[in-house]
Ligand binder design. Structure first.
Ligand code: NDP
Length: 317
């Protein structure tokens, strides 16, 4: 245990700082709960690596992801959220107050905890993919597909996300090349049928990505047929990666219920986890929608539920 001066007590601790965390902070702060937020390893979350956001209501001209997160942060701070730019490393949720340790050496005792640690998109791991991220490479077709309307694009992956995103892109783009590394899709049968039926989706089975081509922006993708060994370059302007996400929930393993991938399980119509007083919002608990606006919505729910929980405790319920 750290020495006592490093132990602080808070009513609500928010772990993670994307749209879910900041929205929870705005609501909790306005309810005078004096929330503390640990912003984590990527303050602002996945929107910090997004270019323009055009689908968040209230920004008719669109807004850059990092600017939007700055606005969220300022709004949370305006009402008194204390933000720490450090990462939570350890949690003990077995008793209340919950005990949380961070890499700034602090130990926080919290009466309620809101988890909004988000998820990270999985990437192929190519140098060119990283270099052109935000310049034609994207892990979110719903966010960025619009920029490639009328153009030819490629999407990697064969799961439900890739199928759903390929269909989304097929409505906007001239042609969608779906790069699937096996000889079959992993997606559900209904989604398989839909992508197969789409006239402008070209499914390339047994194809792996060797390189994303382009100096400053995506100009093509070099692929290899892993059965015949044949290599070719497909001219595309957008390259989407949809090979899964990993929720950032490792530190809660063994304490909170999660599915086999690590998504936190919340009660129906609620952000409540299996531990009373611990709530989960945003992508850490959402593998389906994963949008900034849905994350913000669940962040609001988590703060309202935390407030109700704390009032209930004060009244001895
Ligand atoms: P999945 O793990 O289901 O699929 C990932 C896909 O990416 C697989 O086709 C996999 O190939 C491929 N892949 C993984 N790594 C690589 C790589 N390095 N190179 C090339 N391809 C790769 O992830 P999803 O995000 O699609 O789905 C996650 C979960 O969410 C699933 O349970 C899914 O059903 C669910 N979901 C449900 C939706 C809905 O109900 N509307 C919408 C979206 C997701 P391989 O098959 O060869 O392993």
């Amino acid at each position: 245990m750290s020495n006592d001066s490093n132990v602080e007590k808070v009513k609500v601790l928010i772990i993670g700082s994307g749209p879910a965390g900041y929205t929870a902070a705005i609501y909790a702060a306005r309810a005078e709960l004096k929330p503390m937020m640990y912003a984590g390893f990527q303050p602002g979350g996945q929107l910090m690596i997004t270019n323009e956001v055009e689908n968040y209501p209230g920004y008719p001209e669109g807004i850059m992801g990092p600017k939007m997160m700055e606005d969220f942060r300022k709004q949370a701070e305006r009402f008194g959220t204390e933000i720490r730019y450090s990462t939570v490393t350890e949690v003990d949720l077995s008793n209340r107050p919950f005990i949380v340790k961070a890499d700034d050496g602090k130990t926080i005792e919290a009466e309620a905890v809101i988890i909004s640690t988000g998820a990270s998109a999985k990437w192929l791991g190519l140098e060119s993919e990283q270099r052109l991220n935000g310049y034609g490479v994207s892990a979110c077709a719903v966010c960025d597909g619009y920029f490639y309307r009328g153009q030819e694009v490629a999407i990697v992956g064969g799961g439900d996300t890739a199928a759903e995103e390929a269909l989304y892109l097929s409505k906007l783009c001239k042609k969608v090349n779906m790069l699937v590394r096996k000889d079959q899709l992993r997606a559900s049968i209904v989604m398989q049928r839909r992508v197969e039926a789409a006239e402008n989706i070209n499914i390339l089975y047994n194809h792996e990505t060797l390189e994303v081509m382009g100096e400053k922006e995506v100009e093509g993708v070099k692929v290899k047929n892993n059965v015949t060994g044949e290599e070719k370059i497909i001219p595309v302007t957008g390259f989407f990666v949809a090979i899964g996400h990993k929720p950032n929930t490792d530190i809660f393993k063994g304490q909170l219920d999660m599915d086999e991938v690590g998504y936190l399980i919340t009660k129906s119509d609620s952000t409540a986890t299996n531990i009373e007083g611990v709530f989960a919002a945003g992508d850490a608990q959402d593998k389906i929608y994963r949008q900034a606006v849905t994350a913000a919505g669940t962040g609001c729910m988590a703060a309202l539920e935390a407030e109700r929980f704390l009032i209930g405790r004060e009244m001895g319920a």
